[in-house]
Design a protein around this ligand. Structure first.
Ligand code: NAD
Length: 325
């Protein structure tokens, strides 16, 4: 079995591939990744006999066609993934998240490849004041990032309805864990606190997110790949809802810092107040259940960043150089 995994030099995809390849019955895995600022080969177990890393773009139709011809199944993680960047400029988000996804779908269709698991996000629904969304809730994305992901979801599902391709869509909550690029809130705050710097808290800090350990997300993705049904959407939630103020308090405590290290900054434009997924369908149909206790998972994540400065310091330096340009 040859599994084509896109975007697996990034945070979640690399965790997924590391888990797959650690199993005794590991499939052959081909990773296609553009190695943008967010992706790096050192996230992958390079040298593993069942792993091939192809440096390339999911919008490159000829390359995608060649790789798809050898693939049996696809898990599609590749995306521009940071909301703040999409607010500054949406072009790359439309190109990779929408056009890139369609390029993969077209090739999968030509070569009859499936299941094709498309990884999406809770952000496609927009904000929910109370209760939790089920999979049939209308999509009302707020940011260019979530709008591009929603567009890709619709194209993927349309490919199933129109052509019968075995497409499955997952929508998950905020992931946390090791190897997340230090621009997302958990690694940004932890690395800044470890460096003795201040951390920027958006607006009044009341925005609520559900938190999911990346390893639990990867287990859920593999349940969808192996046991899910064609044309279905599955929610993969974490079960730990926290306001940004609550999360900040936990991170300050974990890093031994006080509230004087918090700088209140203007709110993100179009900032959704709350996301919340109902994941009953994945639980009852697939046996999905997040296993990692949040307090333990967060403590381990903070410890990982504390012990892996050599991983994040060069990335921070490169990001700052880019910002100054
Ligand atoms: P990430 O930014 O860490 O990694 C994205 C990867 O995609 C990188 O390796 C990058 O090099 C690659 N990539 C970008 N453009 C590409 C292109 N044109 N061609 C090939 N590769 C390209 O992202 P992540 O946090 O690992 O997210 C993975 C997926 O999960 C994304 O689809 C994202 O929308 C979704 N998701 C993430 C979260 C989260 O909390 N991180 C939550 C919900 C959904």
């Amino acid at each position: 079995m040859n599994l084509l995994v896109t975007g697996a030099a990034g945070f979640i995809g690399s965790a997924y591939v590391r888990t797959l390849l650690a199993a005794p019955d590991a499939p052959r895995v081909t990773v296609l990744d553009k190695l943008t600022y967010a992706g790096s080969p050192d996230n992958l177990p390079l040298g593993h006999p069942s792993l091939d890393l192809v440096h390339g773009d999911i919008c490159d139709a000829a390359l995608v066609d060649k790789l798809m011809a050898d693939a049996d199944e696809v898990v599609h993680f590749a995306a521009e993934s940071h909301v703040d960047r999409s607010i500054v400029g949406a072009g790359d988000f439309v190109r990779t998240n929408v056009v890139g996804t369609q390029t993969l779908l077209d090739a999968a269709l030509r070569h009859g490849v499936g299941p094709f698991v498309h990884i999406s996000t809770d952000e496609v629904y927009g904000s929910v004041a109370s209760g939790s969304w089920t999979e049939d809730h209308p999509l009302r994305p707020s940011s260019p990032y979530s709008a591009s992901k929603a567009s890709a979801d619709l194209l993927a599902l349309a490919c199933h309805r129109t052509h019968g391709l075995d497409v499955r869509v997952t929508r998950c909550s905020n992931n946390y864990g090791p190897r997340q690029f230090p621009e997302k809130v958990v690694p940004l705050f932890v690395t800044r606190l470890l460096d003795g710097e201040k951390v920027p808290l958006y607006g009044d800090g009341r925005h609520v997110r559900d938190w999911l350990h990346v390893d639990d997300h990867c287990l859920g993705v593999d349940l969808v790949r192996t046991r899910g049904r064609a044309g279905e959407v599955y929610h993969l939630g974490g079960g730990t809802e926290l306001s940004n103020t609550e999360l900040t308090g936990l991170l300050l405590r974990a890093c031994g810092a006080g509230w004087d290290r918090v700088e209140h900054v203007a709110d993100r434009k179009g900032h959704d107040l709350r996301y919340s997924l109902d994941w009953t369908k994945a639980r009852t149909e697939l046996g999905y259940r997040p296993r990692r206790d949040f307090a333990t998972g967060l403590a381990e994540t903070v410890a990982w960043y504390r012990e892996h400065r050599a991983w994040w310091e060069p990335r921070m330096r490169r990001a700052r150089t880019r910002e100054r340009r």
